[in-house]
Ligand binder design. Structure first.
Ligand SMILES: C[S@@+](CC[C@H](N)C(=O)[O-])C[C@H]1O[C@@H](n2cnc3c(N)ncnc32)[C@H](O)[C@@H]1O
Length: 235
């Protein structure tokens, strides 16, 4: 997952306004954070596009399970440590003032049991009064099951078409993404990425955050439509 995509990830998501999202998150940090410091960890950081807009105000670190994404992030963003790590059980032996997990990366833990471990792990890496901001994946009722999707990128030297189908099995959403990529003076690449994300209900998610010693709330108006934001402050 994301391995072959890493070098094209920012083209596929060229429409995403990371700067505005980072500014919204900065306001929330100002509102909720009670700890004194400015150490920020972005989990599931991808190509580092959010961190790029935090690094002047915070001392930043990013982790991602996919080493190809980590490599892209390192090449794009200076002055930040990026490491490979799984959000369920990474151990950085340090505490942060802010932990972010954005653009629904949390959904990839797939099960409630993993979600519980992940929140425990986030809480263990937060200072007292530190803030966790998670942008969740969809709940079951908000997920567009059965609806096909298409995303394209039409650059001069690179053209990408991504088509996907969606289905639900139990509490899991499954998206089969088919990529066709044409590059200047190159052959056409074709690959398939299968994404499986847990459809977690908001109430149950908030319960697990509370269990991890986080005073938690859900904001309906988040960064993207129908996803909202989860905020937790470490007790
Ligand atoms: C939709 S992308 C979001 C990336 C980035 N946060 C952004 O906003 O562009 C999801 C990211 O989560 C990462 N990921 C998936 N499962 C993970 C896990 N268990 N631990 C850490 N990262 C994970 C993927 O490799 C991918 O980079």
């Amino acid at each position: 997952m994301y391995k072959e995509l890493a070098e094209y990830y920012d083209l596929i998501y060229h429409w995403k306004d990371y700067k505005t999202e980072a500014n919204t998150i900065k306001e929330l940090i100002r509102e909720y954070k009670r700890s004194e410091g400015k150490n920020l960890l972005d989990v599931g950081c991808g190509t580092g596009m959010h961190i790029k807009y935090f690094k002047d105000d915070f001392s930043c670190m990013g982790i991602d399970i996919n080493n190809e994404m980590v490599k892209v992030a390192k090449s794009k963003v200076d002055g930040v440590i990026f490491e490979q790590g799984d959000m369920i059980d990474f151990n950085l032996k340090t505490e942060f003032d802010v932990i972010l997990c954005l653009f629904s990366s949390i959904g990839y833990v797939k099960t409630y049991s993993n979600l519980e471990k992940t929140f425990m792990n986030f809480a263990n890496h937060l200072k007292k009064g530190g803030v966790l901001i998670v942008e969740p994946w969809f709940t079951k009722s908000a997920f567009w099951v059965g609806v096909p999707g298409m995303t394209t990128y039409d650059g001069e030297d690179v053209k990408i078409a991504r088509l996907n189908t969606t289905k639900v099995e139990g509490d899991l959403s499954i998206m089969e993404m088919h990529y066709l990529i044409a590059e200047k003076n190159g052959d056409i690449k074709y690959f398939v990425d299968i994404h499986e994300l847990g459809l977690f209900e908001t109430d149950k998610t908030l319960e697990l955050m509370a269990k991890a010693n986080l005073i938690s709330e859900f904001l309906i108006d988040g960064l993207m439509k129908d996803r909202g934001l989860l905020i937790g402050v470490k007790l």
